[in-house]
Write a protein that binds this ligand. Structure first.
Ligand code: MG
Length: 259
């Protein structure tokens, strides 16, 4: 036995001794420990097949699975090849409307690097058509921080720059809570967004200050509870694949115990 083994061996013996002493004190206690149960009756969480990383979970709506962009108005203009869709001829908006959601998007900025700043690999994911998670080639490409890739445009830079190189596939996982308005247009609950860029947290329950216009400060304007998601055409051939959305984002509600 070397000296370090002796040292750790001695420490182990001391811990055993302490454990035994504690155990005997518990054994001598008259307190009866019972398991805590809330008494709330919970519905069973639905079983979801999470997919294999390239396909949507079983309870998601596939917005683009590599075959066609028919879930989007304007999607017929985009170029589809080899399982991806490339921006062409204008932005696209989902035919269906959504409110609070979990949205998964995979994208690649152009492998052939052209332009700089906001002119390089620019697109964007507009939740409810007005709250933009910026999409940009921010790999070794300077721009204003609240306009770089994964920023909440003109409101908040991402916590970190998690961009992959141009041409490489990347992902956004966005958890969005839609805003709520009173009849008179007052915001009763602001929108919140959580964003993971390539699996890395870049926004955590960020409170949106309003819409994300390029030419005016953020402000809320009362709108419907559900609106289409828009993907921007900013003149750059950004590619997309495997886009899906889940709307089951509300906590389960249990039945409280009877009084
Ligand atoms: Mg953009």
């Amino acid at each position: 036995m070397c000296c370090s083994q002796m040292r750790y061996g001695g420490l182990f013996a001391v811990l055993i001794g302490v454990g035994a002493a504690l155990g005997s004190s518990f054994a001598n206690s008259s307190t009866t420990v019972e398991e805590y149960k809330s008494g709330i009756v919970w519905p069973e969480p639905p079983v979801v097949d999470p997919g294999d990383g390239t396909h949507a979970p079983s309870d998601a709506i596939a917005l683009f699975d590599g075959t066609d962009m028919s879930a989007f108005n304007g999607g017929d203009k985009w170029v589809i090849q080899d399982g991806f869709a490339e921006v062409h001829g204008g932005g696209v908006s989902t035919k269906e409307s959504f409110g609070s959601c979990q949205l998964h998007v995979e994208f690649a900025t152009p492998a052939e690097v052209k332009g700089n700043g906001q002119g390089r690999g620019n697109s964007g994911i507009y939740l409810m058509g007005r709250y933009e998670v910026q999409l940009l080639d921010s790999y070794d490409n300077e721009t204003y921080f609240d306009g770089q890739c994964a920023s909440i445009y003109k409101q908040q830079p991402p916590m970190v720059n998690a961009c992959r190189q141009p041409g490489e596939w990347q992902s956004y996982d966005i958890i969005f809570e839609a805003p709520e308005f009173a009849e008179d247009g007052t915001v009763t609950k602001p929108a919140y967004v959580t964003v993971l860029h390539n699996g890395i947290l870049v926004h955590h329950h960020f409170e949106l200050l309003g819409d994300t216009a390029w030419d005016s400060p953020p402000s809320y304007k009362k709108h419907e509870a559900r609106l289409p998601i828009h993907i921007q055409d900013h003149g750059n051939p950004v590619r997309f694949r495997n886009i899906w959305i889940r709307e089951n984002v509300q906590p389960l509600v249990g039945t409280p115990p009877a009084e």
